[in-house]
Design a protein around this ligand. Structure first.
Ligand code: G1P
Ligand code: ZN
Length: 543
């Protein structure tokens, strides 16, 4: 066994995006690419030396090789202990639980979230800090800066560690603890939710389908839903993690979880349906003939939080990302709670959670969570719903409609234009922004423009400023059109168009979403000259 110092040259594209460093597998497999980034992390986080690192990923192609490389490098960089999930598996929310529970100095999560996997798919790596949350921008920028000046990395020559069973191993002086990736997470869920009430729900014949999409939540869902909560076997489908996710897009939305959606929209479908993504942090919630938008789900969870033992009597504020609909704000207002609007990306919730300013937070992109960890949490959202359904004994659709009747409905959709030309996308954004000075006060699509701006955020806790976070056109009636370029795509540019309209009148709340938003969608395309500039007649994905 030999410690080697390997000479390397920097790559210029290792700046982490919305959620870590994400590239194609081919890109990651270039000589020294992974090693350089990992060394940049180790150099930038000195507390790891002599400390503990958590490691694991969503099981996608290259997960295992990357784990072995990182273990060898961790030992060569003086990290005292590495806690690695069995088989190299660990969902993003479970990584957050383990980092916090065992008070480690951070963790490396191997995942490209909902992006496709396999040799031709994507891979990713992200560093989470000691609070269990994604590294803040100051840290990711420091890691990037370090990656630009690296000249060497350290690694041990050592045979692979057997990751298929739990146990304690070592490389030089570094202890490697292979642990069960499910148990700490499942125990925390038992503390937060009323498992007995949910057990009774299933005993009463309640039918559910959970689609793990051949990604990481399979083992978690089998254990929690079928074993601990007594849901019948077969409740969890696609429950075995596969390196290529069975050739599918592990993204729980209307476009990519069609099998589940079709089953729930059948007259004889189950009472409740849910799905999670590649690394287990996203969720989609369905009732029979009912899709709950993630924005509505956040609002509903907030409104029903007193029914969940872990939140009873202690809810403070709520935060949502800027493009997420304002549904949660309505609930917060009624309950007299603080509501925050943050830029897109989970990292912006961390300070508010750490400071005790918010209990719940969520994004329109199928992410919801609370202060129980510092990541979004797919299964947690599902358990929230099960807990609420168990107590209220109503169907999902009845609960949603009662909510709209009380708070109003925020019609909401997101149109994605994936893989468009980067220069065209930048030109389109510049063209929209150039119109802003003339837009305010104008009557458009039956409404009056109240403001048009480029969203900028000042963190209320540390005062940090994040600019250029999306273009917003807001109307006096609360309607909004938002344009943003994705920070997670790996090919060309992805333009996201977010449309929202508020409807207070219950008699007007049962329209089809796309129809209800049609005038605003048409306006959004016109203002952006979208078809002309991108050559696209229709979005790639509508959620
Ligand atoms: C997308 C979502 C964002 C989410 C991120 C990571 O980022 O829009 O809400 O936090 O994935 O899951 P984007 O590609 O839009 O930058
Ligand atoms: Zn994810």
């Amino acid at each position: 066994m030999e410690l080697r110092t390997v000479a390397t040259t920097p790559f210029d594209d290792q700046r982490p995006g919305t959620s870590g460093l994400r590239k194609t597998v081919t890109h990651f497999r270039q000589e020294n690419y992974l090693e350089n980034f990992v060394q940049a992390v180790f150099d930038t986080v000195p507390e790891l030396k002599g400390g503990t690192l958590v490691l694991g990923g969503d099981g996608r192609f290259y997960n295992r090789e990357a784990c072995q490389t990182i273990l060898r490098m961790a030992a060569a960089n003086g990290i005292a202990r590495v806690m690695v999930g069995r088989d190299g598996l660990l969902s993003t929310p479970a990584a957050s639980v383990v980092i916090r529970k065992h008070q480690t100095q951070g963790g490396l999560i191997l995942s490209a979230s909902h992006n496709p996997g396999g040799p031709d798919g994507d891979f990713g790596i992200k560093f989470n800090t000691a609070n269990g949350g994604p590294a803040p921008e100051t840290l990711t920028e420091a890691i990037y800066a370090r990656s630009r000046e690296l000249s060497e990395y350290r690694i041990y020559d050592h045979p692979d560690i057997p990751l298929y069973e739990t146990g304690v191993f070592s490389i030089a002086d570094t202890h490697i603890i292979v642990f069960d990736p499910v148990s700490d997470y499942a125990e925390l869920m038992e503390e937060v939710f009323d498992f007995e009430a949910i057990r009774q729900l299933f005993l009463g014949g309640f039918r559910m389908r959970f689609d793990a999409m051949h990604a990481i939540t399979g083992p978690y869902a089998h254990d929690i839903l079928e074993r601990r909560l007594g849901a019948p076997e077969g409740t969890v489908i696609h429950g075995t993690p596969l390196p290529d996710f069975g050739g599918h897009h592990p993204d729980p939305n209307l476009a990519h979880a069609t099998e589940l959606v079709n089953e729930l929209f059948d007259d004889a479908g189950p009472d409740f349906g849910a799905a999670s993504d590649g690394d287990g942090d996203r969720n989609m919630i369905l009732g029979r003939q009912c899709f709950v938008t993630p924005s509505d789900s956040l609002a509903l969870i907030l409104a029903n939080a007193e029914l969940v033992p872990g939140y009873r009597g202690r809810v403070c504020g709520v935060a949502r990302s800027m493009p997420t609909s304002g549904a949660a704000d309505k609930v917060a207002k009624k309950l007299g709670l603080e509501a925050f609007e943050t830029p897109t990306g989970w990292k912006f919730f961390g300070n508010l959670l750490d400071a005790g300013r918010i209990t719940f937070c969520g994004e329109e992109s199928f992410g919801t969570s609370s202060d129980h960890i510092r990541e979004k949490d797919g299964l947690w959202a599902v358990l929230c719903w099960l807990n609420i359904l168990a107590v209220r004994q109503q169907s999902v659709i009845d609960i949603v409609r009662a909510h709209w009747a009380e708070y109003g409905r925020n019609y909401y959709t997101r149109h994605d234009y994936e893989g468009i030309d980067l220069v065209a996308a930048q030109g389109l954004m510049a063209h929209i922004e150039a119109q802003f000075p003339a837009l305010t006060g104008k009557e458009l699509a039956g409404g009056k423009v109240a403001y048009a701006d480029n969203f900028s955020y000042t963190d209320p806790v540390d005062g940090g400023v994040s600019k250029n976070q999306g273009l917003r056109i807001g109307f006096e009636d609360g309607s909004r059109i938002i344009y943003r370029l994705s920070g997670t795509g790996t090919v060309g540019a992805t333009l996201r168009l977010y449309i929202e309209r508020f409807e207070a009148d219950p008699a007007q709340q049962r329209q089809d979403t796309q129809q209800a938003l049609a005038p605003l969608i048409t306006l959004a395309l016109e203002l952006a000259e979208l078809p002309q500039r991108t050559g696209r007649e229709a979005p790639t994905v509508i959620t």
